[in-house]
Ligand binder design. Sequence first.
Ligand code: NAD
Ligand code: UDP
Length: 323
Amino acid sequence: MSLTRKRILVTGGAGFLGSHLCERLLRDGHDVLCVDNYFTGRKDNILHLMEHPHFEVMRHDVTWPLYVEVDEIFNLACPASPVHYQFDPVQTTKTSVIGAINMLGLAKRVGAKIMQASTSEVYGDPTVHPQTEEYRGNVNPLGPRACYDEGKRCAETLFFDYYRQHKTAIKVARIFNTYGPRMHPNDGRVVSNFIVQALRGEDITLYGDGMQTRAFCYVDDLIEGFIRLMATGPEVTGPINIGNPHEIPVRELAERVIALTGARSKIVHRPLPQDDPLQRCPDISMARSVLGWEPKVDLETGLTRATAYFRQLLADSGQIADR
Ligand code: NAD
Ligand code: UDP
């Protein structure tokens, strides 16, 4: 057994980001315990890891206590797409808040380091642009996104209370829009929606006038940020923004996806959902200086890889002709 092999728990490990993280941790020589209730995650995302001798999967809901022995915890369990987290908003808040309490309790008991997958949504519809970590945000606590935004904000509070009260070794990553292979094809997020619509030759659904902005990070870059953050000493707690600062209007994303796929899809407008942030872009100065990290994969390359994934997925399920 390797002397540097750690026992690492990934909650939400069968999801989009979780499955890439499990893969990376196994590649780095660790023992990985993937915990998931399969609400938005899929066994297909981790099927290729099942035979790995250092990979273990447990069906479990993080709103219930978990008793395992591990050295590190990445707490990713929580639906991330607005469509999914608004489907059962009470369960979303429970997952963020009770899930954080359970995982922090576990970290405290076994003395594990723990990283929280927090989100740019803690900034709400931001009045400071680009968003720095000091910005306290502009979240509507009563709207349809609040179950997610306030759940994640409360989870951050719990992380810092465990840090102050119990000296738990915490890390809080604020993740900005991330995309790539293994996003759920029906998960409703903009990159997967646009690519899947384009590949099926359907209309591209642009919400509002499409002038709202986002900055899209490719999944491999994000995972590298997670690994670097977890490797830091106890003085680094975050919160720390991890995302790609290349900001574009959502309309431009639609146009780029149409050009990239060669689709004949038309852009059709749908109403802008309530509380949809008008602009979002990370200030990653802290990630650059503390982690020596910045994204490497540009949008064209990332979209090309994501498109290849969705093309194969849709071809395998007979939804488009294989080309
Ligand atoms: P995802 O929906 O693909 O993954 C979430 C995983 O958590 C799924 O496998 C789901 O089944 C599991 N899960 C949900 N509730 C659970 C529960 N109660 N118990 C156990 N497992 C549960 O989403 P993702 O994009 O991989 O996001 C992972 C994490 O990163 C989430 O916490 C999300 O809030 C955060 N995040 C993601 C993004 C992004 O752009 N992808 C941005 C900001 C934050
Ligand atoms: N969006 C869109 N069409 C879609 C899905 C999303 O225009 O089919 C917009 C959405 O209104 C938002 C942006 O794309 O302005 C990003 O949405 P997503 O759900 O991916 O993530 P968010 O950043 O809003 O959490």
